[in-house]
Design a protein around this ligand. Structure first.
Ligand code: SF4
Ligand code: SF4
Length: 470
């Protein structure tokens, strides 16, 4: 049994003690090219996240997910509830994109772009450092008994965390409510928008606990992507890895003349935010943050050895084999991705500016009325939802296309023409009246035309009529 707390039993996580209790990790600061690249990239991502809700394009927020009105705007294109299949396609595309990226670059998402890593590394840990000091000071503070000074530091840290988290939450809500609208709402009393206020408080508490306290536990225990990545990767995927051939046997295990390059200084372990020892090989807990690369390169420079004892490489590369860039797994992900985005682009360009969704009257599919001359008439009632994506106003004229059964249908709607406002949706009731005998020849489909003021056909929709069989 060793007293070195960084020399863990191979079956124990770095984030738990021998009793299974959580050990709070304070990774040591590192400096180096990878740290610099990640800091720049992370601040760029935070800037994008904060700025997007304030950018408008074609009169609308560039990304606006208006759930109550079921309107979803992306870069000037508006989608509605009936476009849900497109959203599913988009999500599927995202899954295959992640599969493709992971199969080649490993957990690059976790270390470089996951909001969890980006916010914790760039903001929360920096606040912690500012208030409580460097990693070892923070560790000492955690282990010390409660005092006025400790309480004051913890209070200040959590106060700053709360301020930052409120800002992050409001920015997130800006994507759903609209940043400008949310700004004015936030100046009014909470009681005027109680639901939104409760949602905001709930998200803030979740973020605060996650970014401020739960941290790497989320990556290790809860993140579904973390669990799945092992099936997306293979020996040709890029990982942050320790070169065993070069490093072993490490210092202290053999005579100094037989030693490898690892001096067993534990700098890589101390810098790891998930508390693992990368020298034990690729592990599920590794989020590929590159901290250990910089930590080890620093030691290599001090010991006058080549950098790269820990580096980005593939399992195949470490074994001296050739790394395949595009293997069958990546090719399958890429093909699926192209197919999905092909369908997506076709659907978006094909969906046109005007969409009509017919919803049959909810109580009975049809009604029967008897006229004074004894003939039976059938009425079909539809609620039609119209989604109009252009920015100009438009008068829509409804007309049944002539020919066959269609000549016998009486059509009525409360507004004809109907004025549509750019980017808005409207619902309208439509009645189709016809003689019961008209349906007996088997043809039940008619075509309803949507025309503009110049009699130009904008859209044609098939309407299926229903009635009694005889
Ligand atoms: S092993 Fe290295 S790359 Fe992986 S999480 Fe730890 S410090 Fe980051
Ligand atoms: S930082 Fe490098 S030299 Fe030090 S223990 Fe880790 S691998 Fe070995």
């Amino acid at each position: 049994m060793t007293n070195n707390r960084f020399e863990l039993h191979e079956e124990r996580l770095g984030t738990t003690d021998e009793y299974g209790q959580r050990v709070y990790i304070h990774p040591e600061d590192v400096s180096g090219p990878w740290r610099n690249r990640r800091t720049i990239f992370n601040w760029f991502l935070i800037g994008v996240y904060l700025v997007i809700p304030w950018i408008h394009f074609k009169g609308k927020q560039i990304i606006l997910l208006d759930i109550p009105h079921r309107e979803f705007t992306f870069f000037g294109m508006t989608f509605y509830a009936h476009d849900a299949p497109l959203v599913l396609l988009l999500l599927l595309g995202f899954v295959f994109a992640m599969g493709f990226i992971t199969s080649i670059w490993g957990r690059v998402w976790c270390g470089w772009a996951c909001p969890q890593t980006v916010f914790i590394d760039t903001i929360y840990r920096q606040i912690e450092k500012l208030v409580e000091g460097k990693a070892r000071q923070r560790q000492k503070l955690d282990q010390s008994p409660m005092s006025f000074k400790k309480f004051g530091k913890k209070l200040l840290k959590w106060f700053l965390f709360t301020v930052v988290t409120l800002h992050i939450t409001h920015s997130l809500l800006g994507y759903f409510v609209g940043a400008r609208k949310l700004f004015w709402i936030s100046l009014s009393p909470p009681t005027e928008h109680m639901t939104l206020f409760i949602i905001m408080i709930s998200i803030t508490v979740i973020f605060l606990l996650d970014f401020g306290w739960f941290r790497e536990q989320f990556c290790i225990i809860a993140c579904p992507y973390g669990r799945l990545q092992s099936v997306m990767m293979d020996e040709h995927s890029l990982v942050v890895a320790y070169d065993t051939k070069r490093g072993e046997p490490r210092r202290g295990q053999v005579e100094s003349s037989d030693e490898g390059d690892c001096i067993n200084c534990y700098h890589c372990v101390k810098a790891c935010p998930t508390g693992i020892d990368i020298r034990r090989g690729t592990q599920l807990e590794c989020i590929a943050c590159t901290n250990c690369i910089d930590a080890c390169d620093d030691i290599m420079a001090k010991t006058h050895k080549e950098p790269g004892l820990i580096r980005y490489d593939t399992e195949a590369g470490l074994e001296g084999k050739e790394t395949k860039k595009l293997k069958p797994r990546s090719f399958i992900y890429l093909t699926a991705l192209f197919i999905i985005f092909g369908i997506l682009i076709y659907s978006i360009t094909d969906s046109g500016k005007l969409k009509a969704t017919f919803i049959r009257g909810s109580r009975t599919p049809y009604q029967q009325v008897q006229l004074t001359d004894g003939t039976n008439q059938v009425i079909n009632l539809y609620r039609v939802r119209l989604d109009y994506k252009d920015k100009h106003e438009l008068n829509i004229h409804f007309k049944i296309k002539k020919g066959g059964l269609q000549n016998k249908i009486t059509f009525a709607t409360p507004k004809n023409p109907l004025l549509m406002i750019g980017g808005k949706s409207k619902s309208i009731i439509m009645h189709f009246k016809f003689d019961q005998s008209d349906l007996t020849n088997g043809n039940r489909i008619i075509i309803l035309q949507f025309l503009d003021d110049g009699n130009r056909v904008l859209l044609e929709k098939e309407v299926k009529l229903v009635g009694p069989l005889s």
